[in-house]
Design a protein around this ligand. Structure first.
Ligand code: ATP
Ligand code: MG
Length: 362
């Protein structure tokens, strides 16, 4: 499948605002012709999904799926090992991710949900792809540097260093051209685009074997956690989708704010307060500036109360659906089996094409 997009790719190392502008153009193209797009996104099975996932990417996934875009969702189980020695409670975390997907509206009839380790042909793409990227390029990746700093390991494994190339295989095995992600993923998307471009020019002989996929950013590309850093499953700072209303209230009460009583929406200068305002606004479907204006001089306690009410009301139906799906683990296993089968068929086709292009079919 080769898909051409009318999007300017002339400046690959552009900043956040350029990607945001491009996301707006992509939105228009998707609405005009959803059939031109194939989406790949995914998550590490390191814990339950949180509001950063939801407003960073999950909400976009469901929206795109409902617009008729073909969707693949990867559960990146090998990637758990980038920053820890052992993938603890892996089966439980994988099943939790599937439950979260179903609860937010990912439809396994339309979307292919699969696990990384179950698709050998996808993983084999890593070998030629590693030859297309330099050690210096891998070493410059700011997200990998940040994750190394946060890692539970004292030294950097080969997997941590090379996982953006692995992620290129995740995206390109199905020739996805659209990747709804949070801001932390933008450097990885650049690695994928570089690998696609180099593969095409080195082996394609003028043909586009792989598309250069675009990131699709949401209105919340970097939601902060209760400690004021990126909300993450692994940092103990997340507001988890599946939590109870009380746990959610406790966690929002503990969120870091600042010493100014007047509430305003100024992401650059007041990141913690602004992230909370944004969260309330997203749940209420309102403009964050207006939410801040309404709160005015009522201070952080009132802000947190507003956020708690908005989040709990927004998540109530999602939590209800999750509890229902959780009663049928057999269904979860079947969703994964079916998804793995579909993904394996796509990966086998792509690997055959890659080997043929490289004159390696014997
Ligand atoms: P971990 O701490 O285990 O790495 P994580 O919370 O960073 O977990 P990932 O599985 O690494 O979650 O990320 C899955 C997807 O969710 C990626 O597209 C990522 O950009 C997006 N995402 C994760 N956290 C946030 C956030 N705080 N704001 C916006 N998007 C996010
Ligand atoms: Mg992460």
């Amino acid at each position: 499948m080769t898909i051409d997009l009318d999007v300017d790719h002339s400046s690959p190392s552009d900043g956040l605002s350029t990607v945001q502008r491009r996301s707006a153009v992509l939105e228009e193209l998707v609405h005009r012709d959803p059939g031109r797009f194939r989406v790949l996104t995914g998550d590490r099975p390191t814990g339950r999904l949180h509001l950063g996932h939801y407003f960073g990417t999950l909400h976009n996934r469901v929206r795109l799926q409902n617009l008729g875009v073909e969707m693949l969702v990867i559960i990146a189980d090998y990637q758990v090992l980038t920053d820890r020695d052992v993938a603890d409670r892996l089966t439980e975390h994988v099943e939790d991710l599937v439950l979260d997907y179903l609860a937010v509206g990912v439809d396994p009839q339309r979307a292919t949900i699969f696990t990384h380790s179950a698709i050998p042909a996808l993983n084999q793409l890593l070998l030629p792809f590693l030859s297309l990227i330099t050690v210096a390029e891998l070493g410059r990746n700011p997200t990998v540097k940040e994750e190394i700093a946060q890692s539970q390991q004292s030294s950097v494994s080969g997997l941590m260093f090379t996982y953006p190339a692995h992620q290129a295989a995740d995206i390109l095995f199905c020739k996805a051209n659209l990747v709804p992600v949070g801001q932390d993923q933008l450097p990885h998307l650049e690695v994928t685009r570089t690998i696609a471009r180099r593969f095409n020019s080195r082996y394609g002989g003028g043909l586009e074997i792989f598309p250069e996929p675009d990131a699709l950013l949401s209105a919340a590309p970097l939601l902060l956690g209760t400690d004021g850093t990126k909300m993450s499953k692994s940092r103990g700072n997340a507001i988890v989708l599946a939590s109870s209303a009380d746990e959610t209230a406790r966690s929002i009460r503990s969120a870091k704010t600042d010493s100014h009583r007047h509430i305003s929406y100024e992401p650059a200068t007041r990141p913690e307060v602004s992230s909370l305002v944004l969260l309330a606004a997203l749940c209420l479907g309102r403009d964050p500036r207006q939410v801040a204006e309404d709160l005015g001089g009522r201070g952080a306690a009132a802000l947190k109360e507003t956020v708690t009410e908005a989040v709990n009301a927004y998540l109530a139906p999602i939590r209800e659906r999750r509890a229902l799906y959780a009663q049928d683990r057999g269904h979860i296993r079947k969703v994964l089996r079916d998804g793995n089968e579909r993904a394996a068929a796509i990966a086998n086709t792509t690997l055959t094409e890659v080997r043929s292009t490289m004159n390696a079919l014997y």
